[in-house]
Ligand binder design. Sequence first.
Ligand SMILES: Nc1ncnc2c1ncn2[C@@H]1O[C@H](COP(=O)(O)OP(=O)(O)OP(=O)(O)O)[C@@H](O)[C@H]1O
Length: 750
Amino acid sequence: MTAPESTASGTAPPGASGPAPAALTATLIHAEAERAEQAAAERDVLFADELLPGVGAQQLTLREGLAAGGSATFFTLMLLSSFDELEQATLGVLAPDIRDSFGMSDGAIVFLSAASGAFLVLGALPMGWLADRRRRGRVAGWAGLAFSAFMVASGAAANVFLMFLARLGVGVAKSSTMPVHGSLNADTYPIGVRGRIAATNGIAGRLAAVLSPLAVGGIAAAAGGSEGWRWAFFVLAVPTAVAALFAFRLPEPPRGQHEMKAVLGEVLVQDKPMPISIEAAFARLLRIRTTKTVVMAFAAMGFGLFTGPVLTNLWMEDHFGLGTFERGVYGTLGGLGVLAVLPFVGPRYDRLYRTDPARALKLVGLLILPVAVLMPLQWAMPTAPLFVVAQMLPMILLSSAFAMVGPVMQSVTPYRLRGLGSALAAIYIFFIGATGGSLLSALILDSYDARTAALVLGIPSTLVGSLMLIRSSSFIKNDLSRVVAELREELAERDRQAADPERVPVLQVHGVDFEYGKVQVLFGVGFEVRRGECLALLGTNGAGKSTILKTICGLGTPSRGVVRLNGKTITYVAPEQRGRHGIRLLPGGKGVFPGMTVRENLEMAAFQLRDATREHRDGRLAYVLDVFPDLAARLGQRAGSMSGGQQQQLALAMVLMHDPEVLLIDELSLGLAPVVVQDLLAIVERLKADGLTMIIVEQSLNVALSIADRAVFLEKGQVRFTGDARELAERDDLARAVFLGNRSLGKEGG
Ligand SMILES: Nc1ncnc2c1ncn2[C@@H]1O[C@H](COP(=O)(O)OP(=O)(O)OP(=O)(O)O)[C@@H](O)[C@H]1O
């Protein structure tokens, strides 16, 4: 790949021939401004509000919404997530008892209780991955059973180390809640009730948390003695296991069905979609601005929030001298306010979302903002009752806001990535937020006190988090527009495939945007390649040709758009999977092992053949040697001792060993003498005659047009021409651009 910047980066000595540095700088600045403008213009393209999924929809009551999907899913998941809350609260309330039982320091118990948040991250990825591929009810069921088992283990822990291991298990098992429950609820129930479903779940969880100090304090007190806390875990494990068994029987709804119904009026069902790679999914998700900002905002808030309950309990015991049961009673009172407010927040969110999703998201940010002021007031309170009363409002606001993260994420995340989207959120919130927060508060606690830890972490984190959420509300409509555009494209594609199933292109690139960091280099690129066709991808230097090849073979994830192989979406499929399905790239530059012989190189290539039987391997080798008689005569020669042209032949032969369905060739002729290029072209002709589908990126217009059936011409990341290769040759303006590009390339290459 020869990027124009290599000449433009200013390494040429002053006075060297070529354009003056000032002119060059001005050109670069101008080009960059143009690119930024192009990117901004694209961001402004929005659909009218009423076309966005869930906006302007008919108002539904929660009962109607639940009836639409059957209430079993909702209630089972709600029970399971309530047990999560109950368990979390249990640890908070019992922290001082566990501390005394194991003889730990305050810092150590805070770390232990927040640590299951960190362990949760270990499970988030696999759970998200499973949620996007498998029946979600079963995943929730297995996770619930594991959760119950580790609760028993927590109760039975004989020492701190075993307790730590049990917490690890609890964290991993709990990690199914965000990815699996969120995505299953989103696909089971209509968009218009997402806020209320989340709020009701929040209420149930809160109810569990409110009751848990009483229940847990009660069980511990009833069991009596310094080890009474263990019984709380044993007792809770039983109903959790029962709820988990129910989850196994939950129905699996079509993914994205409600977005499809809202935007398209029907549900498109894909049979056996290709598996998504975690890396591609994360790359894509972090390009969705709302998702990214919301995730970061909650990660920031996590710093202050997760250790909150433990710090509060420690403060109540050490500062106000309250015992377990009294703390339980106060904790219960403190949480009651949340229950009074959440029933209003869910419907309000749904109503706002139906009219203006940006306002719904802003509401979430505005709920959190006042906490930065309320928190110092709470911790300044001189008596326990005042402390508990002052704690109520911030707790109400934060719990309400946290309850709405799910609906926001579910709306802006592409439906195939919902599980991994929640996993990403979980990783940021718990790994960065909760773990960072618990480590910092443990450090602060050991030198100062619970109040200092709560304030030092809590105030800045809520402030930053709420401002980020408010900011993210300006992105949401654009991101929802993208959801609409993608769904429409899927529908159009389905209709097209239904109308003419015989002529589904081997490869489709549709509406692809690509960014390196913040710099966008592809803008809505689209083209198709039919079976047996040879397509030339042409363009000026830096137009984005190699980048397109990267997005086709999976080495880069587009921020928008679709790539399909034989009609199946592969946009988020891992490169090695794509290779197995027949997409193969011959990259520019040297692609052989120079120290090995030709035969060894070919054997290396055969190493991971799609069909690895001996006959198949021998068959491929025979074919390849037939196509490259030159290599057949040099099987024992060291690859490094061959000429550049022969090495290029070997590189091509190695890719052909894989029997590609689509062969992508980047710069076939680069740096080779014309006579050598002629030999290579003859080989490409032969491959064409054998029916191989190819995309060839070429600097040389002559070379490209001599072998290609059709051509796509790119300029500054946009397609300027698609059509018959001969027609392109007649387009003076475009041909000249390539030619000039070539000249400068020739100069660069010496
Ligand atoms: N890894 C990278 N990081 C940042 N920018 C990149 C990277 N690779 C390419 N680019 C930039 O992306 C744009 C498109 O590059 P790409 O290599 O796809 O173009 P190309 O058409 O293949 O050009 P050439 O013919 O010069 O290889 C260029 O502006 C290039 O500088």
